[in-house]
Ligand binder design. Structure first.
Ligand SMILES: [Zn+2]
Ligand SMILES: [Zn+2]
Length: 388
Protein backbone atom coordinates (compact mmCIF):
# COMPACT_ATOMS: atom_id res chain seq x y z
CA UNK A 1 0.00 0.00 0.00
CA UNK A 2 0.99 3.65 -0.25
CA UNK A 3 1.65 5.64 2.91
CA UNK A 4 3.20 8.92 4.01
CA UNK A 5 6.45 8.08 5.83
CA UNK A 6 8.59 10.29 8.10
CA UNK A 7 12.31 10.22 7.18
CA UNK A 8 13.68 13.04 9.36
CA UNK A 9 13.09 16.76 9.95
CA UNK A 10 11.04 18.21 7.08
CA UNK A 11 11.49 14.98 5.12
CA UNK A 12 8.37 12.97 4.34
CA UNK A 13 7.51 10.97 1.25
CA UNK A 14 4.78 8.71 -0.06
CA UNK A 15 6.31 5.22 -0.13
CA UNK A 16 5.20 1.70 -0.89
CA UNK A 17 5.02 -0.13 2.44
CA UNK A 18 3.66 -3.53 3.57
CA UNK A 19 -0.16 -3.62 3.73
CA UNK A 20 -1.85 -3.08 7.09
CA UNK A 21 -3.11 -6.41 8.36
CA UNK A 22 -4.98 -7.98 11.26
CA UNK A 23 -2.52 -8.63 14.12
CA UNK A 24 -4.96 -9.62 16.87
CA UNK A 25 -8.40 -11.18 16.83
CA UNK A 26 -9.85 -7.90 18.13
CA UNK A 27 -8.56 -5.82 15.16
CA UNK A 28 -10.17 -4.63 11.96
CA UNK A 29 -8.52 -3.17 8.88
CA UNK A 30 -10.03 -0.01 7.43
CA UNK A 31 -9.66 1.18 3.84
CA UNK A 32 -9.19 4.90 4.38
CA UNK A 33 -11.17 7.30 2.26
CA UNK A 34 -10.43 10.52 4.16
CA UNK A 35 -7.51 11.36 6.47
CA UNK A 36 -6.30 14.76 7.63
CA UNK A 37 -3.03 16.52 8.23
CA UNK A 38 -3.10 17.92 11.76
CA UNK A 39 -1.23 20.83 13.32
CA UNK A 40 0.25 18.34 15.76
CA UNK A 41 1.76 16.38 12.83
CA UNK A 42 3.91 19.45 12.27
CA UNK A 43 5.70 19.00 15.62
CA UNK A 44 6.93 15.68 14.26
CA UNK A 45 7.50 16.98 10.73
CA UNK A 46 9.73 19.75 12.07
CA UNK A 47 11.80 17.27 14.08
CA UNK A 48 10.54 18.69 17.36
CA UNK A 49 9.73 15.26 18.78
CA UNK A 50 11.60 11.97 19.08
CA UNK A 51 9.38 10.19 16.53
CA UNK A 52 11.28 7.38 14.82
CA UNK A 53 12.24 7.48 11.15
CA UNK A 54 10.06 5.17 9.09
CA UNK A 55 6.88 6.01 11.04
CA UNK A 56 3.67 6.38 9.03
CA UNK A 57 1.99 9.58 10.23
CA UNK A 58 -1.72 10.41 10.43
CA UNK A 59 -4.18 10.15 13.32
CA UNK A 60 -7.39 11.70 11.87
CA UNK A 61 -8.88 8.77 10.00
CA UNK A 62 -12.14 7.69 8.38
CA UNK A 63 -12.93 4.83 6.05
CA UNK A 64 -14.65 1.56 5.30
CA UNK A 65 -14.03 -1.69 7.17
CA UNK A 66 -12.55 -4.31 4.83
CA UNK A 67 -11.23 -7.01 7.18
CA UNK A 68 -12.64 -8.12 10.52
CA UNK A 69 -10.86 -10.11 13.26
CA UNK A 70 -12.60 -13.22 14.61
CA UNK A 71 -13.23 -11.69 18.07
CA UNK A 72 -14.91 -8.53 16.75
CA UNK A 73 -18.66 -8.54 17.42
CA UNK A 74 -20.28 -5.28 16.33
CA UNK A 75 -18.21 -4.05 13.39
CA UNK A 76 -18.91 -5.58 9.99
CA UNK A 77 -17.26 -5.53 6.62
CA UNK A 78 -18.53 -2.52 4.66
CA UNK A 79 -19.26 -0.36 7.74
CA UNK A 80 -18.27 3.29 7.42
CA UNK A 81 -16.40 4.28 10.57
CA UNK A 82 -14.45 7.19 12.00
CA UNK A 83 -11.61 6.42 14.40
CA UNK A 84 -10.70 8.46 17.49
CA UNK A 85 -7.04 9.47 17.30
CA UNK A 86 -6.62 7.87 20.74
CA UNK A 87 -6.30 4.10 20.66
CA UNK A 88 -7.99 2.71 23.75
CA UNK A 89 -8.92 -0.71 25.13
CA UNK A 90 -12.23 0.14 26.83
CA UNK A 91 -11.52 -1.99 29.92
CA UNK A 92 -8.55 -0.50 31.81
CA UNK A 93 -8.95 1.69 34.90
CA UNK A 94 -8.77 4.92 32.89
CA UNK A 95 -10.99 3.79 29.99
CA UNK A 96 -13.58 2.67 32.57
CA UNK A 97 -13.75 6.27 33.80
CA UNK A 98 -14.10 7.62 30.25
CA UNK A 99 -10.49 8.81 30.11
CA UNK A 100 -9.68 7.01 26.88
CA UNK A 101 -6.91 9.45 26.00
CA UNK A 102 -4.99 7.87 28.86
CA UNK A 103 -5.51 4.18 28.16
CA UNK A 104 -3.15 2.04 30.22
CA UNK A 105 -3.39 -1.08 28.05
CA UNK A 106 -2.34 0.54 24.75
CA UNK A 107 0.30 2.94 26.18
CA UNK A 108 4.03 2.53 25.68
CA UNK A 109 5.51 2.73 29.21
CA UNK A 110 9.09 3.00 27.87
CA UNK A 111 8.37 6.63 26.89
CA UNK A 112 8.08 7.99 30.42
CA UNK A 113 7.40 6.41 33.85
CA UNK A 114 3.66 6.48 34.44
CA UNK A 115 2.89 7.10 30.76
CA UNK A 116 -0.71 6.58 29.63
CA UNK A 117 -2.40 6.98 26.25
CA UNK A 118 -1.83 5.79 22.70
CA UNK A 119 -2.46 7.13 19.20
CA UNK A 120 -2.00 6.33 15.53
CA UNK A 121 1.20 7.63 13.94
CA UNK A 122 2.33 9.78 16.84
CA UNK A 123 5.55 10.40 18.78
CA UNK A 124 5.59 8.72 22.19
CA UNK A 125 2.11 7.24 21.75
CA UNK A 126 2.94 3.63 21.06
CA UNK A 127 4.04 1.57 18.06
CA UNK A 128 0.89 2.17 16.00
CA UNK A 129 1.08 3.16 12.34
CA UNK A 130 -0.80 6.23 11.15
CA UNK A 131 -3.53 6.58 8.60
CA UNK A 132 -2.05 8.87 5.97
CA UNK A 133 -2.11 5.65 4.01
CA UNK A 134 -4.45 3.50 2.00
CA UNK A 135 -5.21 1.12 4.89
CA UNK A 136 -5.12 1.21 8.70
CA UNK A 137 -5.07 -1.46 11.39
CA UNK A 138 -7.53 -0.58 14.18
CA UNK A 139 -6.96 -2.35 17.53
CA UNK A 140 -9.91 -3.15 19.86
CA UNK A 141 -12.21 -2.39 16.96
CA UNK A 142 -15.51 -2.84 18.82
CA UNK A 143 -14.49 -0.05 21.16
CA UNK A 144 -12.63 2.28 18.78
CA UNK A 145 -14.84 2.32 15.68
CA UNK A 146 -17.62 4.91 15.67
CA UNK A 147 -20.28 3.90 13.17
CA UNK A 148 -21.52 6.56 10.76
CA UNK A 149 -25.16 6.83 9.63
CA UNK A 150 -25.65 4.97 6.36
CA UNK A 151 -27.81 7.70 4.83
CA UNK A 152 -25.28 10.55 5.00
CA UNK A 153 -21.90 8.91 5.73
CA UNK A 154 -20.66 9.79 2.28
CA UNK A 155 -22.36 13.13 1.83
CA UNK A 156 -21.03 14.42 5.18
CA UNK A 157 -17.72 12.55 5.14
CA UNK A 158 -15.72 15.79 5.44
CA UNK A 159 -17.68 16.77 8.55
CA UNK A 160 -17.51 13.30 10.11
CA UNK A 161 -13.74 13.00 9.65
CA UNK A 162 -13.35 15.90 12.09
CA UNK A 163 -14.74 13.58 14.80
CA UNK A 164 -11.36 11.82 14.81
CA UNK A 165 -9.68 14.70 16.61
CA UNK A 166 -10.25 18.41 16.12
CA UNK A 167 -14.00 18.69 16.78
CA UNK A 168 -13.87 16.64 20.03
CA UNK A 169 -10.58 18.34 20.97
CA UNK A 170 -12.07 21.82 20.49
CA UNK A 171 -15.13 20.70 22.45
CA UNK A 172 -12.86 19.27 25.19
CA UNK A 173 -11.12 22.62 25.63
CA UNK A 174 -14.46 24.24 26.46
CA UNK A 175 -15.34 21.43 28.89
CA UNK A 176 -11.95 21.64 30.62
CA UNK A 177 -12.64 25.39 30.81
CA UNK A 178 -15.99 24.67 32.47
CA UNK A 179 -17.93 26.92 30.07
CA UNK A 180 -21.60 27.37 31.03
CA UNK A 181 -24.42 28.76 28.86
CA UNK A 182 -24.35 32.56 28.97
CA UNK A 183 -20.68 32.79 29.90
CA UNK A 184 -17.86 34.36 27.90
CA UNK A 185 -14.78 32.47 26.73
CA UNK A 186 -11.45 33.57 25.33
CA UNK A 187 -9.86 31.12 22.90
CA UNK A 188 -6.19 31.43 22.00
CA UNK A 189 -5.54 30.08 18.51
CA UNK A 190 -7.69 30.18 15.38
CA UNK A 191 -6.13 27.07 13.90
CA UNK A 192 -8.44 24.11 13.29
CA UNK A 193 -8.76 23.24 17.00
CA UNK A 194 -9.35 26.86 18.06
CA UNK A 195 -12.02 27.21 15.38
CA UNK A 196 -13.67 24.00 16.60
CA UNK A 197 -13.52 25.37 20.15
CA UNK A 198 -15.34 28.47 18.93
CA UNK A 199 -17.98 26.35 17.18
CA UNK A 200 -18.37 24.24 20.33
CA UNK A 201 -18.73 27.35 22.51
CA UNK A 202 -21.42 28.67 20.18
CA UNK A 203 -23.34 25.36 20.37
CA UNK A 204 -23.02 25.40 24.17
CA UNK A 205 -24.53 28.88 24.39
CA UNK A 206 -21.59 31.14 25.17
CA UNK A 207 -22.61 34.81 25.38
CA UNK A 208 -19.31 36.11 24.00
CA UNK A 209 -16.60 34.16 22.15
CA UNK A 210 -13.26 35.93 21.84
CA UNK A 211 -10.67 34.39 19.48
CA UNK A 212 -7.04 35.53 19.39
CA UNK A 213 -4.61 34.76 16.55
CA UNK A 214 -2.12 36.48 14.25
CA UNK A 215 -3.51 35.27 10.92
CA UNK A 216 -6.30 37.28 9.26
CA UNK A 217 -7.60 34.38 7.11
CA UNK A 218 -8.09 32.20 10.18
CA UNK A 219 -9.67 35.06 12.14
CA UNK A 220 -12.12 35.56 9.26
CA UNK A 221 -13.25 31.95 9.73
CA UNK A 222 -13.64 32.53 13.47
CA UNK A 223 -15.86 35.53 12.71
CA UNK A 224 -17.95 33.37 10.40
CA UNK A 225 -18.48 31.01 13.35
CA UNK A 226 -19.68 33.96 15.44
CA UNK A 227 -16.58 35.01 17.38
CA UNK A 228 -15.21 38.47 18.14
CA UNK A 229 -11.62 38.36 16.96
CA UNK A 230 -8.33 39.94 18.03
CA UNK A 231 -5.30 40.03 15.78
CA UNK A 232 -2.10 39.92 17.87
CA UNK A 233 -0.38 41.90 15.13
CA UNK A 234 -2.71 44.89 15.58
CA UNK A 235 -1.40 47.50 18.00
CA UNK A 236 -4.45 47.95 20.22
CA UNK A 237 -2.65 47.27 23.50
CA UNK A 238 -2.69 44.15 25.66
CA UNK A 239 -5.37 41.59 24.85
CA UNK A 240 -6.24 41.30 28.56
CA UNK A 241 -7.10 45.03 28.72
CA UNK A 242 -9.27 44.76 25.61
CA UNK A 243 -11.11 41.73 27.04
CA UNK A 244 -11.70 43.46 30.40
CA UNK A 245 -13.23 46.39 28.54
CA UNK A 246 -15.79 44.00 27.03
CA UNK A 247 -16.52 42.15 30.28
CA UNK A 248 -17.26 44.88 32.85
CA UNK A 249 -13.62 45.05 33.86
CA UNK A 250 -13.53 41.42 35.05
CA UNK A 251 -12.01 39.35 32.26
CA UNK A 252 -13.48 36.39 30.37
CA UNK A 253 -15.36 33.81 32.43
CA UNK A 254 -13.09 31.09 31.11
CA UNK A 255 -10.32 30.45 28.59
CA UNK A 256 -9.07 27.84 26.14
CA UNK A 257 -5.50 27.25 25.01
CA UNK A 258 -5.56 25.84 21.46
CA UNK A 259 -1.99 26.53 20.30
CA UNK A 260 0.56 24.65 22.43
CA UNK A 261 4.27 24.99 23.00
CA UNK A 262 5.14 26.28 19.53
CA UNK A 263 3.38 29.62 19.96
CA UNK A 264 4.83 32.77 18.45
CA UNK A 265 4.80 36.41 19.48
CA UNK A 266 3.73 39.16 17.05
CA UNK A 267 7.31 39.40 15.76
CA UNK A 268 7.25 35.71 14.80
CA UNK A 269 9.55 34.51 17.60
CA UNK A 270 8.64 31.29 19.42
CA UNK A 271 7.78 32.10 23.06
CA UNK A 272 6.51 28.91 24.77
CA UNK A 273 4.97 30.62 27.84
CA UNK A 274 3.30 33.49 25.98
CA UNK A 275 -0.20 32.10 25.61
CA UNK A 276 -0.45 30.49 29.03
CA UNK A 277 0.44 33.76 30.73
CA UNK A 278 -1.85 35.76 28.44
CA UNK A 279 -4.73 33.48 29.46
CA UNK A 280 -4.02 33.97 33.17
CA UNK A 281 -4.20 37.71 32.47
CA UNK A 282 -7.33 37.71 30.29
CA UNK A 283 -9.46 35.23 32.30
CA UNK A 284 -11.32 36.59 35.34
CA UNK A 285 -10.43 35.82 38.93
CA UNK A 286 -11.86 32.35 39.79
CA UNK A 287 -12.11 31.49 36.08
CA UNK A 288 -10.96 28.19 34.60
CA UNK A 289 -8.53 27.57 31.75
CA UNK A 290 -8.65 24.50 29.48
CA UNK A 291 -5.37 23.59 27.80
CA UNK A 292 -5.54 21.26 24.78
CA UNK A 293 -2.67 22.71 22.73
CA UNK A 294 0.23 20.25 22.79
CA UNK A 295 3.03 20.70 25.34
CA UNK A 296 5.81 18.09 25.51
CA UNK A 297 7.86 16.62 28.38
CA UNK A 298 11.09 17.51 26.57
CA UNK A 299 11.88 19.54 23.50
CA UNK A 300 15.61 19.21 22.70
CA UNK A 301 15.15 21.27 19.51
CA UNK A 302 13.87 24.34 21.39
CA UNK A 303 15.89 27.56 21.56
CA UNK A 304 14.49 28.37 24.99
CA UNK A 305 16.49 26.81 27.87
CA UNK A 306 13.47 25.88 29.97
CA UNK A 307 11.54 24.53 26.99
CA UNK A 308 14.30 21.99 26.32
CA UNK A 309 13.18 20.32 29.56
CA UNK A 310 9.49 20.77 28.82
CA UNK A 311 9.20 23.68 31.25
CA UNK A 312 7.76 27.18 30.87
CA UNK A 313 8.04 30.31 33.02
CA UNK A 314 4.42 30.36 34.17
CA UNK A 315 2.82 33.29 36.04
CA UNK A 316 1.89 31.02 38.90
CA UNK A 317 1.66 33.86 41.40
CA UNK A 318 -0.96 35.69 39.37
CA UNK A 319 -2.76 32.41 38.65
CA UNK A 320 -2.87 31.61 42.39
CA UNK A 321 -3.82 35.14 43.39
CA UNK A 322 -6.73 35.09 40.95
CA UNK A 323 -7.86 31.73 42.31
CA UNK A 324 -7.98 30.25 38.85
CA UNK A 325 -8.13 26.60 37.91
CA UNK A 326 -6.77 24.69 34.94
CA UNK A 327 -7.50 21.46 33.11
CA UNK A 328 -5.01 19.98 30.66
CA UNK A 329 -4.24 17.13 28.34
CA UNK A 330 -5.31 15.41 25.19
CA UNK A 331 -8.96 14.90 24.47
CA UNK A 332 -10.75 11.69 25.43
CA UNK A 333 -12.41 11.51 22.02
CA UNK A 334 -14.75 8.66 23.00
CA UNK A 335 -16.26 10.87 25.70
CA UNK A 336 -17.82 13.10 23.03
CA UNK A 337 -17.65 11.68 19.51
CA UNK A 338 -20.99 9.86 19.48
CA UNK A 339 -22.96 12.97 20.47
CA UNK A 340 -20.93 15.26 18.21
CA UNK A 341 -21.65 12.84 15.34
CA UNK A 342 -25.35 13.32 16.02
CA UNK A 343 -24.95 17.12 15.99
CA UNK A 344 -23.47 16.76 12.50
CA UNK A 345 -26.08 14.24 11.37
CA UNK A 346 -28.93 16.56 12.42
CA UNK A 347 -27.37 19.66 10.89
CA UNK A 348 -26.39 21.42 14.13
CA UNK A 349 -22.63 21.41 13.43
CA UNK A 350 -20.65 21.71 10.21
CA UNK A 351 -16.95 21.41 11.08
CA UNK A 352 -15.94 20.96 7.42
CA UNK A 353 -16.26 24.73 6.84
CA UNK A 354 -12.62 25.11 7.93
CA UNK A 355 -11.24 22.82 5.19
CA UNK A 356 -8.99 24.72 2.80
CA UNK A 357 -7.54 21.89 0.69
CA UNK A 358 -8.67 18.46 -0.50
CA UNK A 359 -5.79 16.50 -2.00
CA UNK A 360 -4.66 13.02 -2.94
CA UNK A 361 -2.13 11.14 -0.79
CA UNK A 362 0.59 11.79 -3.40
CA UNK A 363 0.18 15.51 -2.81
CA UNK A 364 0.72 15.14 0.95
CA UNK A 365 4.48 15.96 1.09
CA UNK A 366 3.85 19.25 -0.70
CA UNK A 367 0.89 19.97 1.57
CA UNK A 368 3.11 19.43 4.64
CA UNK A 369 5.48 22.06 3.28
CA UNK A 370 2.76 24.69 2.80
CA UNK A 371 0.98 23.90 6.05
CA UNK A 372 4.29 24.02 7.95
CA UNK A 373 5.15 27.41 6.43
CA UNK A 374 1.75 28.62 7.69
CA UNK A 375 1.21 29.75 4.09
CA UNK A 376 -1.81 31.94 3.70
CA UNK A 377 -5.01 30.01 3.15
CA UNK A 378 -3.65 26.60 4.27
CA UNK A 379 -6.01 26.12 7.22
CA UNK A 380 -6.91 22.43 7.09
CA UNK A 381 -5.75 19.79 4.63
CA UNK A 382 -7.87 16.73 3.94
CA UNK A 383 -6.38 13.80 2.00
CA UNK A 384 -8.21 11.15 0.01
CA UNK A 385 -5.86 8.13 -0.05
CA UNK A 386 -7.91 6.21 -2.62
CA UNK A 387 -7.89 9.08 -5.15
CA UNK A 388 -5.46 8.75 -8.03
ZN1 LIG B 1 -4.96 15.86 15.07
ZN1 LIG C 1 -7.80 1.39 28.25
Amino acid sequence: MKALVYHGPKKVSVDNVPDSKLEKLTDVVVRLTTTNICGSDLHMYEGRTDVEKGKILGHENLGEVVEVGKAVDTVKKGDKVVLPFNIACGFCANCERGLTGFCLTCADPSVMPGMAGAAYGFAGMGPYSGGQAQFLRVPYADFNCLQLPKEDAEEKEKDYVMLSDIFPTGWHSTRLAGLKPGESIIIYGAGPVGLMAAMSARIQGASQIFVVDGQPDRLALAEKIGATTFNTKDENGAIGDQIRELTNGLGADCGAECIGYQCHNSAGKEVPNLVMNSLVDAVKATGTIGVVGVFVPQDPGAEDKLAKKGEIAFDFGKFWFKGQRMGTGQCNVKAYNRRLRDLIHHGKANPSIIISHELSLDEAPNAYKHFDNRDKGWTKVVLHPQAA
